[in-house]
Design a protein around this ligand. Structure first.
Ligand code: AP5
Length: 221
């Protein structure tokens, strides 16, 4: 069972979504992925989706105010007996400060922040091979699972597709964008004693085991 609120930081392809899925299912976390919420808004072509689409397809960050509103709305609905797992948020210092304020406002402690560290070469390899199921959201990889675009999802039968931002140019841009903001963000959480780094270049099972241990152990300070 979940015992501590968590943030997963890391470059695109670090495994945030993959491991969040495990922590949600096995440890009962409330998984909040800003990328997933934004993709739903884009698919629905609602007001937020129309504003976010161009940024996302280019691999740029969606403006802070839009994403902060989205997260604030979800956090305010959080039950006192629920633990959350933030995936893809915060991505800037402005977002980190807004989150700290939201948490203070709802009387929650500051979360443990897990930095999933992985090399650029591995990011490119993973993202170019990533395949998604539109039905159940399961994340696959051509290199590991041998499943490709158009194949059926073994879990639910959905037809696998490739995310539009997993094209080479968008991947390169996302990595650049990540590097611009991440050093400051990592330093922000290090100074507050909230940060722990995990070697996410390891296999999925090894990373999962480390994350589960951290989630159970809870606070670092
Ligand atoms: P978002 O959806 O958050 O994408 P991202 O951060 O670029 O991360 P990814 O989802 O690409 O990677 P992941 O770390 O989840 O990796 P995964 O588990 O899939 O954001 C998308 C866009 O939305 C942004 O570009 C931006 O425009 C916007 N956005 C979102 N949040 C925002 C915010 N806060 N502010 C502003 N804009 C925002 O794994 C990747 C692949 O690797 C998979 O195939 C998986 O099977 C495989 N894999 C995972 N772990 C391992 C392992 N250990 N070994 C081998 N393979 C592995």
């Amino acid at each position: 069972m979940a015992q501590h609120d968590l943030i997963l930081l890391g470059p695109p392809g670090a495994g945030k979504g993959t491991h969040a899925e495990y922590l949600k299912t096995d440890m009962n976390y409330m998984h909040l992925s800003t990328g997933d919420l934004l993709r739903v808004a884009v698919a629905a072509q609602n007001n937020l989706g129309k504003q976010a689409q161009t940024y996302m397809e280019a691999g740029e960050l969606v403006p802070d105010d839009l994403v902060i509103d989205l997260v604030a709305e979800r956090m305010e609905q959080l039950g006192s007996d629920e633990y959350y797992l933030l995936d893809g948020f915060p991505r800037t210092i402005v977002q980190a400060e807004a989150l700290a304020e939201i948490l203070e406002g709802i009387g929650r402690e500051q979360p443990l922040v897990i930095n999933l560290a992985v090399s650029d070469a591995e990011v490119v390899r993973r993202l170019s091979g990533r395949r998604m199921c539109p039905g159940c959201g399961t994340i696959y990889n051509v290199h590991r699972d041998g499943l490709d675009i158009g194949d059926n999802c073994p879990q639910c039968g959905g037809e696998l597709y490739q995310r539009s931002d997993d094209q080479p140019e968008a991947i390169r841009n996302r990595l650049e964008v990540y590097k611009q903001d991440s050093a400051l963000l990592i330093e922000y959480y290090r100074q507050r004693g909230q940060l722990v780094t995990v070697d996410a270049e390891q296999g999925q099972e090894e990373v999962s085991a480390e994350l589960a241990q951290l989630a159970r152990r809870g606070r670092l300070y």
